[in-house]
Design a protein around this ligand. Structure first.
Ligand SMILES: Cc1ncc(COP(=O)(O)O)c(C=O)c1O
Length: 476
């Protein structure tokens, strides 16, 4: 391994040779020049380079090991300690999180698939098959809207499982919904739409994202039937982003009447609805599973799906089923921004869809999440009886309404003291709404026993802040 010698060793300084070597190494490590894990030259070689005796270097290394700057690795010499982080890690906030989060035992944040359920074997088989059968042209830049094989599979799949009315030519493969939303924000102004209405409560970071993409936003309230279409009409917007299957975060499923009203509104204002079907694969309710809103007005609704919940977010794979009028503006917007999504991932996913292994994976996953959802419902009843789960039994999170007067912020802080990380309903509202206090609980990333224990701790945290034993009767 080559090594740059930048030691400025002087025999005339008052400092011993060992101390000088130590000082230089410490400086290079703390200033981030020598990174954690960097191997140092063998003591004999450095001693030769510096023209000092080997014992001087051995002693310097030994001292730095004792101080934790270096570590000796059996069989491979000495290196800069891996645990040292010389530059602070910057955690950039994203659409879904606020950057650095405390490390806790029970993480009940939303938006997380259980990463351990990724179907490694099926994905590997799909990927292997793609590599065995891919033509050279498959390795070129992919068509901007996606590889034909995946667009065909998706059109079939979406029609079959979500009732989406589309054609392969109207499907655009994107790198996750966030990417698709960015493209839509760039395309809508071509249709003289520069305001996007968004649900309140909702993902506040998503609103910032939309504003940073150049659109203005309007917050429109959600009630027990979904977005308030009359308020939407008053907002003056001609485009709206909704989560009709399982509203984020309240869990409300949009009623049939609201769906019809929303489709009418879109036609009346010559506008568009973006349907974010982020967790539409997961329905555990006794009621019939609602199909996509898009089927009521395919010429007005952009249907959006993602593999972030059904597989893992790391794939960065999603899709839009686009009304004909929006297709060209969307493709033009995309042509100015990127060169398409990873074609091998697209082909592998097409393989999974076509072979039926995605369906089988989804059946297994739904069964697992159904059990977790039941565990959560039991645990709420048992450990936090003051709370009511609102909305449909669907998706990967639940919205827990709490008695009036509960201080959400205090409860979240008390939960954190007990090593439970959970979000309050307030964190998804841009203004005080007078809505009942709530917690938003993601239930997929913990094992069932962990979930039960997390709820026990939450119940205890509730007792801590309310200072009195709970009674279910206090809830209105
Ligand atoms: C409301 C909502 N929409 C969409 C997504 C998925 O976004 P992406 O496909 O970019 O991962 C998430 C992810 O958790 C979400 O919570």
């Amino acid at each position: 391994m080559s090594w740059r010698t930048s030691f400025d060793i002087s025999r005339n300084s008052g400092e011993s040779l060992t101390t000088q070597i130590q000082r230089v190494l410490k400086r290079e490590i703390t200033e981030g020049v020598l990174h954690p894990g960097t191997s140092l030259p063998p003591s004999r070689r450095l001693a030769d380079d510096l023209d000092v005796s080997r014992s001087v270097v051995v002693e310097a290394y030994g001292q730095l090991i004792a101080e934790g700057y270096l570590e000796a690795v059996q069989g491979s010499g000495t290196r800069v300690a891996r645990h040292l982080s010389t530059t602070p890690e910057t955690v950039v906030p994203t659409l879904l999180n606020e950057g650095r989060v405390p490390s806790v035992r029970w993480d009940l944040r939303t938006g997380r698939a259980n990463l351990s359920h990724f179907p490694y074997r099926e994905w590997l088989a799909g990927y292997q098959r793609v590599l065995q059968t891919a033509r050279q042209s498959d390795l070129d830049y992919p068509p901007l809207s996606g590889t034909p094989a995946l667009r065909e599979e998706l059109a079939r799949h979406l029609g079959r499982v979500r009732g989406v009315r589309t054609t392969p030519g109207q499907v655009m493969v994107v790198s996750g919904f966030a990417h698709g939303l960015g493209l839509l924000c760039a395309a809508l102004p071509e249709l003289r739409i520069d305001v996007l209405a968004m649900e309140e409560p909702g993902l506040l970071r998503q609103r910032e994202f939309v504003r940073e993409a150049g659109l203005r936003t309007r917050a429109v309230p959600v009630d027990d039937e979904g977005i308030d279409v009359e308020a939407l009409a008053r907002s003056g917007a001609r485009a709206v982003l909704v989560t009709p299957f399982h509203q984020f975060p309240t869990g409300v499923t949009m009623s049939d009447e609201r769906r019809a009203a929303l489709a009418r509104w879109a036609r009346d204002v010559d506008g568009y609805v973006i349907e974010d079907d982020y967790d539409g694969d997961f329905w555990f309710d006794r009621r019939a599973r609602p199909l996509a809103l898009q089927r009521h007005a395919p010429e007005r609704v952009v249907y959006a799906g993602t593999t972030s919940k059904s597989l893992v977010p790391g794939l960065r794979l999603g899709w839009l089923a686009v009304p004909g009028d929006l297709l060209s503006p969307l493709e033009r917007a995309r042509s100015r921004r990127d060169l398409g999504s990873d074609s091998l991932t697209q082909l592998a996913f097409a393989e999974l869809l076509g072979s039926g292994s995605y369906d089988r994976h989804m059946r297994r996953l739904r069964a697992r999440y159904r059990l977790r959802r039941e565990t959560l419902a039991d645990a709420v009843q048992h450990s936090l009886p003051q709370a009511r789960i609102s909305g449909a039994a669907a998706g990967l999170h639940a919205y827990l309404r709490l008695p009036h007067g509960t201080d959400e912020a205090e409860l979240v802080a008390a939960a954190l003291d007990r090593s439970v990380l959970v979000r309050s309903g307030r964190e998804f509202s841009s203004r005080p709404t007078g809505a009942r206090p709530a917690l938003v609980v993601g239930y997929t990333s913990l094992p069932r026993s962990g979930l039960a224990e997390a709820l026990r701790q939450l119940g205890a945290a509730y007792t801590d802040v309310s200072g009195r034993a709970p009674t279910a009767a206090r809830i209105a």
